[in-house]
Ligand binder design. Structure first.
Ligand code: GLA
Length: 694
């Protein structure tokens, strides 16, 4: 793909299917011109800006990055306070640096020592554009940054857009919302220290699109701390979306010579939500996930949390490991409860040494047993936390965020460690490192189970930097551990899916999707999860959970969990031989097909909310193999011959497959247009169809 430059200082980022056009106007301001399907390059011209580059027209100008200053009272991306208390920025254009796939536009303040670099990166294979900003203090006096977003995006249509985001909660992550933004500001944010389960650091905008048709604009912020996404449509019908680190309780001292590099935003235009997902899935696998495991299939894991809770002990874990090995599990994970004085949520966090009552001969007894069965061993940590009832807190009560004058409110009986103190960050690194150094551990579940309050951070000259610094510190510790232990896979967890954003996906190999493992609820959750995140990173377990919805058969649960990275979480010690055989059969099958799921292209054809049933097809990139999952929690009205049509297959390839006792050989074209009939009734109906090209 290419970056074109015209002599009018217009820059056209040409991706596979789109143009993103920006430039610099005569008043030296950064301007946005267009984003969407390709047009004729010769049509793009600066004349559209000539009439409105007056100083008093700034409020309506389409900009790439609006700074606070002048007659401009709409939302902006950057606001600072200079040492003389001037709080306005006035930029001039300095230079453009055009690489093969990169563009940097540099601006600086006309008076003050502040420079801004707007960064763009395109790829050769898709329509995802990476954007961020770098703001530098080129002088000697400190500059106080009050807001610094990553990017501003302008959508082309004069008509209002529907904007998708989430309104989730613990156990109800990713629940989709859709709001028509006709006017006013629609803000999605989080103020609790993580990206959280509620709103999401992304937007998906459309005007009536569905999986296969319609213009879709989207962007996701690679940041798991407090974020803000602000969508608004002005009275001149321009819709803009600003994304970045939240300015809530935020301030940053930019000292002499320092640069603030914002988190990245990955944005794109596609036709249909399905194409959006497939592009973002491939992009995440290719560009973002840590390299060690990005191209390797993730193992089938067993996690004993739902079976044993905090009450772990060596014999009971060994018994579970025996069962896990019997059914074909490859990675056995012991969750919470193995360390310190951890018998409940009330104590132990911070004391990352093995509990000697539960493991009298040390943890290696269990690890060796697990390894003896041919499985890897994994362990749970919540490294950023401390219980007041812990040795760590008794020794270092001031290591938790606090104000001397305020009550430190506990959540799940715990406080958050102040990772902005280097000594504390070092302790956290060492706690996990020590376990990885001394034991054969191949997987870490990194949990985070409370929001931050009383964020004193009096150690910092500017305590409001703490929110951002905490997020950076946690990434830095995880990166350091991964670099030192490249054969250990890391999973990001935060009371379920509270840290499953593209920031986490830039540092962790997978995420815990939700503590809600109910297969019926997961049907929709997984749909929403996969809008922007690949199925590979979506840990999905088969568990004993039945209480949110109707009890579902084990095969049904496997059908749903197999659509991500499969895990098991039930109490295998209570499983009958028949249940174990079902697990064994399904796990063996998953191992055969997991490359199609974890690396294939996903086509979401039917979903239970709209269609009563689910039909998802995963297709290999060469389209030689595919796998479809059909499932419904229950149907009404005796559906006897539902036509099932499949997407994503190659029109001119003939596939063979079996379905409901029939053997078929049909082309992708036939399967797309005519399909096959399915007898769909009963509770817990579920089928898997495996297509092979002949
Ligand atoms: C969180 C996680 C769970 C489990 C518990 C352990 O809630 O989301 O999966 O690890 O912590 O305390």
């Amino acid at each position: 793909m290419a970056i074109h430059v015209t002599d009018e200082r217009i820059f056209i980022l040409e991706t596979k299917n789109t143009h993103y056009v920006l430039g610099v106007d005569k008043s030296e301001r950064n301007r946005h011109l267009y984003w969407g399907p390709k047009c004729h390059i010769s049509d793009y011209s600066a004349q559209v800006w000539d009439g409105n580059d007056r100083d008093d027209q700034l409020g309506t100008a389409k900009q790439e990055y609006a700074v606070f200053g002048g007659i401009m009272h709409k939302e902006y991306d950057l606001k600072v306070k200079f040492s003389d208390a001037c709080r306005e920025i006035d930029l001039k254009f300095d230079s453009a640096d055009v690489g093969e796939n990169t563009l940097t536009l540099k601006f600086s303040d006309k008076v003050y020592p502040l420079s801004i670099a707007l960064k763009y990166q395109i790829s050769d294979v898709d329509d995802i554009i990476t954007r961020w900003a770098e703001v530098t203090n080129t002088g000697s006096d400190k500059i106080e940054v009050e807001r610094i977003y990553s990017a501003e995006l302008t959508l082309p249509s004069e008509k209002p857009y529907y904007v998708k985001n989430t309104n989730g909660s613990w156990g109800g992550e990713y629940e989709e919302t859709e709001t028509l933004v006709k006017g006013g500001n629609l803000v999605f944010d989080n103020k609790s220290g993580t990206s959280g389960q509620c709103m999401s650091p992304y937007f998906i905008a459309h005007q009536g699109a569905d999986e296969n048709v319609g213009d879709v604009y989207f962007a996701s912020l690679a940041y798991g701390g407090n974020f803000k996404v602000n969508c608004f449509r002005d009275s001149h019908y321009t819709t803009r979306v600003l994304l970045g680190v939240s300015d809530h309780d935020f301030k940053w001292f930019l000292r002499a010579g320092e640069t603030f590099v914002t988190p990245k935003v990955f944005c794109g235009y596609t036709y249909g939500f399905g194409e959006m997902s497939r592009q973002m899935h491939r992009f995440t696998l290719r560009e973002l996930l840590p390299k060690q495991f990005a191209d390797k299939p993730l193992p089938v894991l067993y996690n004993s949390w739902e079976a044993t809770g905090f009450g772990v002990n060596v014999e009971q874990q060994k018994a579970l490991a025996a069962r896990a090995a019997e059914v074909g599990v490859e990675l056995f994970v012991m969750d919470d409860g193995w360390f310190g004085n951890r018998h409940s949520e009330r104590a132990g966090l911070g004391d990352w040494y093995v509990n000697s009552e539960k493991f009298p001969n040390g943890i290696d007894e269990l690890i060796e047993c697990v390894n003896g069965y041919g499985m890897d061993f994994g362990l749970w940590f919540e490294p950023e936390m401390v219980n007041p009832d812990s040795d760590l807190f008794r020794e270092h009560p001031d290591w938790a965020y606090h104000y001397d004058t305020r009550t430190s409110h506990e959540q799940r009986c715990q406080l958050v460690l102040n990772l902005t103190i280097p000594e504390v960050a070092e302790y956290v690194f060492n706690s996990v490192d020590k376990m990885l150094e001394n034991h054969n551990i191949k997987y870490v579940k990194w949990d985070y189970n409370r929001s931050i309050s009383e964020m004193g951070a009096q150690n910092l000259e500017c305590p409001q930097e703490a929110w951002y610094r905490h997020a950076q510190a946690y990434y830095a510790i995880a990166d350091r551990l991964k670099a030192k232990h490249p054969d250990v896979a890391f999973e990001s967890c935060s009371s379920g899916g509270g840290r499953s954003d593209h920031g986490a996906l830039s540092h962790f190999d997978q995420v815990w999707t939700s503590d809600n493992t109910d297969a019926v609820d997961r049907m929709m959750m997984q749909k929403w999860f996969t809008y922007l995140r690949p199925a590979k990173v979506m840990r999905a377990w088969v568990t004993d959970t039945n209480y949110y919805n109707k009890p579902m058969p084990l095969d049904f649960k496997f059908n749903i969990a197999m659509q991500g990275s499969l895990g098991l979480g039930g109490n295998l010690s209570h499983y009958s031989q028949e249940d174990l055989d079902i697990c064994k059969r399904n796990i063996a099958f998953y191992k055969e097909i997991r490359n199609i799921i974890q690396f294939g292209d996903l086509y979401r054809t039917l979903n239970p909310d709209d269609d009563e049933m689910l039909l998802n097809t995963y297709v290999t990139s060469d389209k030689k193999e595919a796998i479809s999952f059909l499932a419904t929690a229950g149907t009404r009205f005796m559906k006897r011959a539902v036509p099932i049509r499949f997407e994503g297959l190659d029109d001119n390839t003939v596939y063979e497959f079996e379905f409901e006792g029939m053997k078929y050989q049909k082309s992708g074209l036939y399967l797309k247009n005519v399909g096959i009939p399915a007898v769909v009734y009963k509770m817990g109906y579920n089928k898997i169809i495996r297509f092979k090209a002949i």
